[in-house]
Each structure stands twice: as C-alpha cells, then as structure tokens.
Ligand binder design. Structure first.
Ligand code: GRF
Length: 209
C-alpha cells in the first residue's frame, strides 16, 4: 500500500514531530518539515531522519495572506495528502484552513474546549482543575475549536507545577498524535461536518467550556 504523503509544520522544539518520525510501522511518509523560524530545534530531528526541510520566515511577508500563500505553495510541491501542525505558532487564515479542510490536523495541550490558546498548563493550574490533558483535532477556521479526534487525560497532582504537568501531558501527546495520523493513513478517519468520524462512527466528546 502506498504510504500517506504528509507535510509537518513546526515552529519550535519539535518533540511531537520526533514522536511521529519514530512511529513504529508508519503508514505515512513525512515528505517535508516546514518551519516559520530558522532556529526551530525540531528541524534537527527532520535532518537526522533525512526528511526535506524548508524555512518560510513569516517576517519576510507583508501580510498573513501572503505568508499563507507561500506556505500553501510550498506544501503543495510535496503533494501532501495530510498537513499536520506540530507546535506551529502561527494563526492560519480561513482561506488556508478551508483549502486543506479535512486534511489538516493539530495537537493542543488541553482538554478542549477548555483552555484554547496559549499557556494552557499555567491556566489549568490557576483554575485548579483536577484533570488536564491534550487533544488532537481537525483544524477549522475557529482557533482550537475544530472537531476533536482523540484526547488524553492526566490527573493534576497537588504538587504539580507548569513543568511537571506539561511533561506528563507531552508524554501523552507523543502517543495520541501518531495514533491519529495512523488512523488517517488507514483511511479510518475523516471529517464530516461538525464531527471527526472514525470507522464510520462520529467521535463525540462531552466536554464543556
Ligand atoms: C505542544 O505542547 C503542542 O501541543 C502545542 O505546541 C507544543 C509543541 O511542542 N501545539 P513540540 O514542538 O512538539 O515539542
């Protein structure tokens, strides 16, 4: 079977990218890793695995639309059937998101819809929640609000700080992101309206804001 061609977008450390690169028996092929930052540490993981790397520096563009256009051209050169955001710290325009609808995934370090946006671990600790975690979702034009595919839960411990909590969540991220990508590569996962559908069943998450 032909492996699913995918492109990953990163901005920083790239630990999720590394976990995806290290997936046992991958049903996908990472054709390229694109970073909007020259110094993204994650680029080293790609190079080590002989994956093509590209830098598209957002500072060189006059507008978000121009940057997104360049990004799209670059992705499309690699004939990607799936685009994954792995710590990509730019908001993408609705045009871009709609163009890749149903084949654009993101991982977010919270139990969505709780704690959309940045500093999720700090905010979870401040809010005193008992459970925290991570979510993989299809990307839609609403930030961090696309249909959820899988979540991993971790208990918040009495002596947790941002570092300890984020470390436990990250460990789960490294499990659920490769899992979601494998499902997509097996043609078991798709976006249908407001839901992610796995094996023909809508995935329903009863979390509240
Ligand atoms: C992760 O916490 C991910 O959930 C969020 O950005 C962080 C990226 O970490 N979207 P890394 O670059 O994969 O190590």
């Amino acid at each position: 079977m032909e492996k699913l061609p995918l492109v990953a977008l990163i901005s920083g450390r790239g630990s999720n990218l590394k976990a995806i690169i290290d997936t046992p028996n991958p049903l996908f092929e990472i054709r390229a890793v694109i970073s909007n930052r020259y110094h993204a540490k994650g680029l080293a993981h790609a190079k080590q695995a002989d994956i093509a790397t590209e830098i598209i520096d957002h500072d060189l563009f006059n507008s978000r639309l121009e940057f997104d256009h360049a990004l799209k051209n670059c992705i499309n050169q690699y004939q990607a059937k799936l685009v994954i955001l792995a710590g990509f710290m730019r908001i993408l325009s609705p045009d871009f998101v709609n163009y890749y609808q149903g084949r654009l995934l993101n991982i977010h370090p919270s139990l969505l819809p709780a704690f959309k946006g940045l500093n999720t671990h700090k905010r979870a600790l401040e809010a005193g929640v008992k459970e925290h975690g991570a979510s993989v979702h299809f990307v839609t034009a609403d930030l961090d609000a696309g249909p959820i595919i899988i979540q991993a839960r971790v208990a918040v411990l009495a002596d947790d700080n941002e570092a300890s909590l984020s470390q436990r969540v990250l460990k789960q991220e490294h499990r659920i992101y490769p899992q979601s990508i494998q499902w997509f590569a097996q043609n078991r996962l798709r976006l249908e309206g407001q839901y992610a559908v796995l094996d023909d069943k809508p995935l329903i998450f009863n979390n509240t804001d």
